[in-house]
Design a protein around this ligand. Sequence first.
Ligand SMILES: *Cc1c(COP(=O)(O)O)cnc(C)c1O
Length: 390
Amino acid sequence: MSRAAVTHQSLSWIDDELTGIRAEGLERSLLELSSAPGPRVVRDGREYLLLGSNNYLDLASHPEVVAGAIGAAEKYGAGSGASRLVSGAIDLHGRLEERLADLVGSESVLLFSSGYLANVSTIPALCGRVDVVFSDAFNHASIIDGCRLSGAGLQVYPHGDMEALSRALQRTPARRRLIVSDSVFSMDGDSAPVERLAELAAAYEATLMLDESHALGVLGGRGGGLAQQVGVPVDVLMGTLSKAVGSAGGFIAGSHQLIQFLRHKARGFVFDTAPAPATVGAALASLEVMAREPERRARLLGRTERLRAGLGGGGLRIADGAAAIVPLLVGEPGPAMELAIRLRQAGVIAPAIRPPSVPPGTSRLRLTVSAGFSEEDVDTAVEAILDAWE
Ligand SMILES: *Cc1c(COP(=O)(O)O)cnc(C)c1O
C-alpha cells in the first residue's frame, strides 16, 4: 500500500516547466549552510567567506541578540498563538514598536511578521481600484505584489526617472495617488532621489511610501534609514527586521492615524499570527546594540568601500552607491552562475542573481560584506573575485 498522501498526476505539466527553466539557465537550488550568516560560514564541513547576506551589522549571531531571543522564548513561549487582535499580543510587540518609532522618528509603528507581508498588506490598505500607484521599475517584488493585490491603476516609471514620474503624475488624476519606492534598491544598491520624490508628492498631493529595507541600520544619523539621512519626512515608511537588525519581521512607521487605520485594514496584520516572541526579543536586543555601537555602521560602510575600491582597482566596473550592496554585472545567467561556482571553489560564496530578480541581460553577482568583516577578509574576497573573473 502506498504511503503517499499526495499525488502528482494532475501536475505533470510542471515537468515541462522545470525543463524550460533549466534550458534557460535559470534553475535554482538551495545552498545549505550549517552555521550563522556571519562573515565565515560552514557548508559540508568547509569554511567559506560569505558575501551574500543582508546581515549587514553582523548582529544575527551577536550574543546579546541571541540572548534576547532565548529570553523572550523562555518567558513568552515559542509561538504567539494568535493574531494580535485575538490573543496573540504581548507587551514585547508594543515595546518593539515604540523602539522602532523612536529609531525612525515616527509617531507610531505597526509590526508585521515580515517585510514582504508589510508591503503586500499596506499598499492594498491604502489604495483600491479607483486609485493609482506610481512605482519605480526596480522596486522589490513585495511592492509589485502589493500593487497588484490592491487592484489600483499602476504607473511604473523608469528606474529613478523623476521627469517620467512627474509627467505620469501630471496626466493621471485619481482619488488617491501613492508614490512608492525602495530607498536603497535591493539588487543595485543605489539610492532613490528621496528629496525629489518628496517634492513631487507634495506638488501633486500624493502620498509617499518608502521601503527602507536596505537602509535601516545602514544609513541615517542614527541608522534610521535614507529618509533620516536626507532629512526628508515620508508619509509611509516601511522597514524590515530581517536584514541589518538580524532578526525577522517587518514594520510600517507613520502617523498615529495611519497605524490605527492599518490595524483595521492591513490584512497581513489582521489575519496573520503575531510575530514569534523570539524574533521580537532578538530585534529589541539588536536595536540596543545598534544604538550603543554606531561604529558598526561606519565599519560596514568602510568595508563596503574597500570592496568597491579593490574591485574597481582590479579593473572591474562597479556602479557607485552609498549603501552596502555592490553589484558586479556579468550579463547572461550562465556566465554569472559559472563565476559564482568558480568563486565557491576558491572559498567564497557570492550569489549570482538572475532574472526574474533582475532584468534580462543584467545577471550579476550581488556582493555584500558586513561589519563583521576584517579588512583582510575583504582583501581575500577581492583577490578571489579578480582571479575568478579572468
Ligand atoms: C528583503 C526586502 C523586503 C522583504 O523583507 P522581509 O523581511 O525579508 O520579508 C522588502 N523590500 C525590500 C526592498 C527588500 O529588500
